[in-house]
Design a binder for this molecule. Structure first.
Ligand code: CP
Ligand code: NVA
Length: 316
């Protein structure tokens, strides 16, 4: 059974197919077409953390594809009334997909271990693959399909969003730079598996902002304190104080450089209003693309798991 526990579940070709189908579904929607490729299919959503974009884009995406999403609240008894093993085996009797936003990556991995229903990672402490798929879609649109050799610089914490973005941007042929205080940088051990699976990544990380943004085609940032890290808020504010995406930083980046943020943003901390609301920001296009990326992913999983044929999907 095919899952999306992390991007490592996808081959390069599979990743490109999801991006391509997301683009096709976006074009169809713009032309007023909502093909019911997942008619009568159901997707359960189980979220241990707050969400706007991930939840709504999956719910809207399922509806547009002719299916239904079921958002489970805590009264479903996740962990408390029964084990994850029993929970997922029961869900699989009713539903065709499950999206899980979990405190820990191990929860998503455990759901998938039973191999009874395709499991989609809707963010964990370690990764956010759905976000990264939408981000590549956004940069591809912005660059007219030409991301090969382009540089993305992430300014901020070496967190879950970065870890997925490093993989996705590598699959898109990009170079990755991380401007981050040393203690929050990414451990060398993270790269072994990726290099092994996808080939050598072009990656550098440094505290030196100027070096990291000098060649940036895209600058990306995210909150300094992720969900679950609230106790570290004050120490993180101090550590990241110089890692703000503001107009001064943009003045040392190439003039054509665009700005991304996965949202939600803490305006005035990791990014200033004047940048987020500027013409160089593609942040709301990026948020919108979560819908199209989610639809591309769902249809791809439907094909990969034999619910429909590639021919039925008709997306190329
Ligand atoms: N970017 C993102 O995943 O947003 P939500 O937390 O609102 O889902
Ligand atoms: N890094 C953030 C991303 C939110 C979409 C968090 O985990 O809270």
């Amino acid at each position: 059974m095919k899952h999306l526990r992390s991007l490592l579940d996808l081959t390069n070709v599979e990743f490109q197919t999801i991006i391509s189908w997301s683009r096709s579904l976006k074009a169809k929607l713009k032309a007023g077409q909502r093909p019911d490729l997942l008619k009568n299919r159901t997707c359960a959503l189980i979220f241990e953390k707050a969400s706007l974009r991930t939840r709504v884009s999956f719910e809207a995406g399922m509806a547009q594809l002719g299916g239904t999403a079921i958002y489970l609240t805590s009264d479903a008894g996740w962990r408390e009334r029964e084990s994850i093993a029993d929970f997922v085996r029961v869900l699989a009797e009713y539903c065709d997909f499950v999206v899980c936003r979990a405190i820990s990556q191990s929860t998503v991995d455990e759901l998938a271990l039973h191999d009874v229903i395709p499991v989609i990672n809707g963010l964990t402490d370690q990764s956010h693959p759905c976000q990264a798929i939408g981000d590549v879609l956004t940069m591809l649109e912005d660059s007219n399909g030409n991301l090969q050799g382009k540089t993305i610089t992430f300014v901020g914490d070496g967190n879950n969003v970065v870890k997925s973005l490093i993989k996705a941007s590598h699959l898109a042929g990009m170079r990755f730079r991380l401007a981050c205080p040393q203690q929050y940088q990414i451990a060398d051990s993270f790269f072994a598996l990726i290099n092994d699976r996808y080939g050598q990544i072009d990656f550098a990380q440094s505290e030196n902002l100027r070096d990291m943004v000098a060649e940036a085609d895209y600058i990306y940032t995210d909150v300094w304190t992720s969900m679950g890290q609230e106790a570290e808020n004050e120490s993180r504010k101090t550590a990241f104080a110089h890692f703000q995406v503001n107009s001064k930083l943009l003045s040392i980046a190439p003039k054509h450089c665009k700005v991304l943020h996965c949202l939600p943003a803490r305006r005035g901390l990791e990014i200033t209003d004047d940048v987020l609301d500027s013409e160089r920001s593609i942040v709301f296009q990026q948020a919108g693309n979560r819908l199209h990326a989610q639809k591309g992913l769902l249809v791809w999983l439907a094909v990969a798991n034999g619910y429909i044929t590639q021919n039925d999907a008709g997306l190329g």
